[in-house]
Design a protein around this ligand. Structure first.
Ligand code: NAD
Ligand code: TYD
Length: 357
């Protein structure tokens, strides 16, 4: 096996979001990592640099935050040059399917055009930027029936504006490798859950609503299936690919944790019942589940075959749904300040005092 690639100055786009912030936290905790990370993020509603405040304090000038839009050609180039970036790990995106249905334009702009700007910047700094990793989703493959799995060879068939924009960005990454020889890798991952996830996605929304005794909205019949992966397992997969996967390769990443939405929400209710004070009514939190109108174009089932990354690179997830779900519920119960901030917009004040544009 050839030696893993090493980098001294990594540009992480979208590092103030859910997975990006977990990735930065995770990478700084790896004993072998001695480099610097530049977190480049526009701080949309989903971006919260407060999530990394403790990391920023502990690693000093090995962590730099730059408030910037990935569509801003000049700022991207200036950041790559100023910080001698030798690797780009690209998380920044509009990421919520429901929002993409209501307002697709931000998704086209950031996910497609923004990815193009970064690829082009990497190309223009060839020699300095030695690697580009693109974070994508299993949703590009569309929907499965009751059987079968998405492999790396499954044809793309995106069904939502979100997944279509991610599919388009994946094709650009592929094209920049094939046409210009850009040293890329790409991963398509299943649904993530864990700490610091904005409470519009299923898992944190249900934890917080269950805690507060609010209705738990289940779209359609609740039988849609997702393959859940704890976020730090995604982080370890990304770093495995960045350092060891062949250029031009794509890998699927998943947790082999296929669950219906009803199962996910029911088990979250049970965990909150066990870990938090009971509801004033004394009713179990499962009673809060409320069936609501289905999402248009709602994909029925996602399931990832991640044999390639397991076989080629020896990656394995460390968490099961049981361990990861308990840790996630615990984290949300233990971090009411973070929750209050992201819900109230208070962190926007924090941004204004810490980071002027
Ligand atoms: P998120 O919405 O929590 O965070 C996205 C981050 O990108 C935010 O910090 C936001 O401020 C930033 N951003 C948005 N537009 C930007 C722009 N124009 N310029 C610079 N920064 C911008 O998303 P997430 O859940 O952390 O997802 C990260 C990546 O992982 C995305 O590319 C997503 O498609 C992919 N992904 C997510 C999941 C999942 O389950 N969440 C699964 C597979 C893949
Ligand atoms: P979500 O967390 O939005 O992720 P994605 O759409 O990218 O898979 O939703 C996960 C599943 O949960 C999906 O099948 C839609 C469903 N869902 C609900 O039933 N109720 C909700 O309030 C939300 C946000 C999602």
């Amino acid at each position: 096996m050839t030696s893993p690639r090493t980098f001294s100055s990594i540009l992480v786009t979208g590092g103030a979001g859910f997975i990006g912030s977990n990735f930065i936290r995770w990478l700084f905790a790896q004993p072998g990592f001695i480099g610097k990370i530049v977190n480049y993020d526009a701080l949309t509603y989903a971006g919260n640099p407060y999530s990394l405040d403790d990391v920023a304090q502990s690693v000093g000038d090995r962590y730099v935050f730059v408030k910037g839009d990935i569509c801003d050609v000049a700022k991207v180039a200036e950041t790559i040059e100023r910080h001698a970036i030798d690797c780009i790990i690209h998380f920044a995106a509009e990421s919520h399917v429901d929002r993409s249905i209501v307002r697709p334009d931000d998704f086209v702009r950031t996910n497609i055009h923004g990815t193009y700007v970064l690829l082009q910047a990497a190309r223009e700094h060839a020699g300095q930027v030695r690697h580009f990793h693109h974070i994508s989703t299993d949703e590009v493959f569309g929907t499965l029936g009751a059987t079968g799995f998405f492999t790396e060879d499954t044809p793309y068939a995106p069904n939502s504006p979100y997944s279509a924009s991610k599919a388009s960005s994946d094709h650009l990454v592929r094209a920049y490798h094939e046409t210009y020889g850009l040293p890329t890798t790409l991963s398509n991952c299943s649904n993530n859950y864990g700490p610091y996830q904005f409470p519009e996605k299923l898992v944190p929304l249900m934890i917080l609503n269950a805690l507060e005794g609010k209705p738990l909205p289940i779209y359609g019949d609740g039988q849609n299936i997702r393959d859940w992966l704890y976020v730090t397992d995604h982080c370890s997969a990304i770093w495995t690919l960045v350092t060891r996967a062949p250029h031009g390769s794509t890998y699927n990443v998943g947790g082999r944790n296929e669950l219906t939405n009803l199962t996910v929400v029911g088990e979250i209710c049970d965990l909150v019942d066990r870990m938090a004070p009971p509801l004033p009514s004394g009713a179990p939190r499962r009673s809060l589940m409320t069936f609501v109108k289905d999402r248009p174009g709602h994909d029925r089932r996602y399931a990832i075959d991640c044999t390639r990354i397991e076989h080629d690179l020896g990656w394995r997830p460390a968490e099961t749904w049981q361990t990861g779900a308990a840790a996630t519920v615990r984290w949300y119960l233990d971090h009411p300040d973070w929750v209050a901030q992201v819900r109230s917009g208070e962190y926007q004040n924090w941004i204004a005092t810490h980071y002027s544009a």
